[in-house]
Structure formats: structure tokens, C-alpha cells
Design a protein around this ligand. Structure first.
Ligand code: GLA
Length: 379
């Protein structure tokens, strides 16, 4: 059964009758541009063919009742009484309702069943997928228009103010605005987006280390503070506003940690723009080199990689069919991403999985992924 069928079947079992709408919002893999989003910089993610799905039907009494295929318990709340609760998946649902209300929307409640295949804690944005799917569900029941940037900002507000992680805009933006067949160059200051195609005859391979991050909200928030310290030192609004030359002229006056964090962000922003050009020029080799440089910068300067992620990237780079690889997402665990020759993708996946297992004793999940469409009502 597909996920779409599963949420529909479960809906009928739990609530009786048919759902009136099905919505879907994808996870994402970031090709390059890590921890640049909250520095007002550039990112180059693509929406993946793994997503959160919701089968739903409006209710007239202002209640929201949601069941999950993946997690225990049911989330039930009234739109007139939105209070923070225990931090589990239901808080993302409630948080979106809160943010929509704060933005002035009059909301209609719904019954729904949620199911997804974006692995959690893997750096593929399962929570942004959930948030954007829920926002889509409310757009359907409450009759407001879908504007990707506005909805992404609401999702970010939920992360920041309801969940308590000071994350940037990338994950929600790509989940809301992704386009099938393309990566998206996002300017995280203006939210302008440009479609960027993959180089011909290449594919994106996700390399899941089978390690999961624990509570890294604090490490994430700490990185963000270090970036802000560096921006304040240079007297700029955000690190986006510094060239590498301006940075180097005064870098030695900065403490070690903010210096390293800033160097990552400033060089990474430049790499993202070069990567988008390389992809547009069909230059897989150049794109691959930028991915490798990005990984080194995250490992040594931003210090968000892990032994497992490094082992995975090293395994990938040993293959001739691989142009480049890097860890992806917030860091510390989860997935790496590789740009690979299309004809060799299956062999690449099998060989990298075997070599990673040899190095770490872990069984990874390595698969080719397709760029998919952003959040949408699918029927
Ligand atoms: C997480 C955050 C994003 C972004 C990435 C790192 O996914 O949610 O906003 O900062 O980490 O690039």
C-alpha cells in the first residue's frame, strides 16, 4: 500500500466515511549551504520523494483531532484553547494552528490521519514536512491561499517560538516551494528562489549513516549565537554581509570559535553561488569539488560532523563514479549526500554501503532520490 492509501484507509477506520482532501509535503536534502540560512545567506536544497501525508476532513466545532500512523497517541485540541503541551509530534500540529491564528487567520478544525516516510532525526527535515503538511491542511479547511514564503515563515516561527529551536528558513521553504526535477537556490534574506537543474546524467544519492541525533537543539542554538557574535564584531547585520577579504582582514582579532564558525559561513555562502553556477553549466566535477570543500569546512570549522558522517563521506569519495559528497542538514548524525554518475548509481550505492559497514559496523540506508514537488493538495 502507498502512504496515500494508508492514510486514507486509516482515516476511514478511525473517523468513518471518506476524507475530503489529501495533502502532501516533502522532506528535503540540502545539496550545499549549511547553517547559512539563519545568517541571511544562500542554500541549495531539493525536495525529496519522501514526505508527510495527511488525509483530512473539516469539522464544524473548532476541534482538531489527528492520529499518526507512525507515533503513539492522538493529538486533540480546540482551536480556541491553544496551549503548549509535552514536546511530541502533536506540538507541531498545534504550533502551526497557533502561528496561523497569530497571523490573523480564522481557522476551521479537522479530523485527520498523518503518515510519513521521512526518517526523523536524519537531517532530512521530517518536522518541516509535518509543519508544511499541516499548514496545507488548514489552508484547505479554512480557505486561505497558499503562499510558500508566508507559510515557510510561519513554520519557522513554530520551530523558534513553540518548539524552541532557533532554526532558519531553509527546511520549511524548500518543503513549501520545491519543484519536481530541480534543486532550489534560495536567498534566505529576500526568500527569492531560482530553479537549478542537476548536471546531465547525474543523480543525487542519500547516504543515511543509521545514526540519529539526540537532543542537539542546544548545539544548534550555540552555533547560531557564535555566528551572531561574529556578525556583531564586524558590525554587520548578518554574516551574509561580509566578504572573505573583509573577514580575513580582522579575523585574528576574533576568538577562536566565532572565527571558525564565521569562516565556515562566509566560505559556504560563496560555495553555494558557485555550486548553482556549476549545476547550470552542467559541470558535475566542479559541483562535486564544492561539496567536498563544504564537508571539510563543516568538519573542521563549524564542527558539526561525526565519525559516522566522515566515514560515509570517505566511503563515497573512494568511488570513481562519485563527483562529491558531504554531510547534509543540521549535523552531528543522520545523512550525507552525494552527486553520482547516473549509470553507476546502483553499483555506487551497494559498494558504499558495504565499505561503510566495514568501517563502522553499522548498516546504512543508501538510495537514489528524485527531486519532488513542494507541499500540495493531491486530491
Ligand atoms: C536545520 C535547520 C535549518 C538549517 C540547517 C543547517 O535543518 O532547521 O534551518 O539551519 O539545519 O543548514
Amino acid at each position: 500500500m502507498t502512504l496515500r492509501e494508508k492514510v486514507i484507509t486509516e482515516f476511514t477506520d478511525r473517523f468513518g466515511g471518506e476524507p475530503t482532501a489529501i495533502v502532501r509535503a516533502p522532506g528535503r536534502v540540502n545539496l550545499i549551504g549549511e547553517h547559512t540560512d539563519y545568517n541571511d545567506g544562500f542554500v541549495l536544497p531539493m525536495a525529496i520523494d519522501r514526505a508527510a501525508w495527511i488525509a483530512l476532513r473539516p469539522r464544524a466545532d473548532g476541534a482538531v483531532n489527528v492520529q499518526s500512523l507512525d507515533f503513539e497517541g492522538e493529538t486533540q485540541f480546540s482551536l480556541n484553547d491553544l496551549k503548549k503541551g509535552a514536546n511530541h509530534w502533536g506540538e507541531y500540529v498545534k504550533g502551526i494552528a497557533w502561528a496561523l491564528r497569530e497571523a490573523g487567520h480564522t481557522l476551521t478544525g479537522w479530523d485527520g490521519v498523518i503518515g510519513g516516510d521521512v526518517p526523523g532525526g536524519a537531517g532530512l527535515s521530517s518536522s518541516a514536512a509535518l509543519e508544511m503538511a499541516v499548514a496545507r491542511a488548514f489552508a484547505v479547511t479554512s480557505g486561505f491561499a497558499w503562499d510558500a514564503g508566508t507559510m515557510a515563515k510561519l513554520g519557522q516561527k513554530v520551530e523558534n517560538q513553540w518548539i524552541g529551536v532557533n532554526s532558519g528558513i531553509m527546511d520549511q521553504m524548500i518543503s513549501a516551494a520545491g519543484k519536481a526535477g530541480y534543486a532550489l537556490l534560495i536567498d534566505c534574506r529576500s526568500l527569492e528562489t531560482q530553479l537549478v537543474p542537476l548536471p546531465p546524467e547525474t543523480v543525487i544519492v542519500i547516504l543515511d549513516t543509521a545514526t540519529r541525533r539526540g537532543l542537539v537543539g542546544s548545539a544548534y542554538n550555540e552555533r547560531r549565537e557564535q555566528c551572531e557574535t561574529a556578525a556583531r564584531f564586524f558590525g554587520v547585520k548578518a554574516l551574509r554581509d561580509l566578504t572573505i577579504e573583509q573577514f580575513e582582514a580582522r579575523a585574528s582579532e576574533l576568538d577562536e570559535l566565532p572565527r571558525k564558525r564565521a569562516r565556515h559561513v562566509i566560505t559556504e555562502n560563496a560555495r553555494v553561488l558557485q555550486a548553482a553556477d556549476a549545476m547550470r553549466n552542467g559541470d558535475a566535477a566542479a559541483m562535486g569539488k564544492l561539496m567536498i570543500a563544504s564537508h571539510t569546512s563543516m568538519r573542521d570549522d563549524f564542527q558539526i560532523s561525526s565519525d559516522a558522517l566522515n566515514a560515509m563521506v570517505e566511503s563515497a569519495l573512494r568511488e570513481d563514479s562519485c563527483y562529491g559528497a558531504r554531510m547534509t542538514g543540521g549535523g552531528f548524525a543522520g545523512c550525507a549526500v552525494a552527486l553520482v554518475k547516473e549509470v553507476a548509481a546502483e553499483v555506487f550505492a551497494a559498494r558504499v554501503a558495504a565499505s561503510y559497514t566495514l568501517a563502522t559496523g553499522l548498516t546504512p540506508n543508501v538510495y537514489v532520490c528524485q527531486a519532488s514537488e513542494g507541499a500540495a493538495v493531491v486530491s
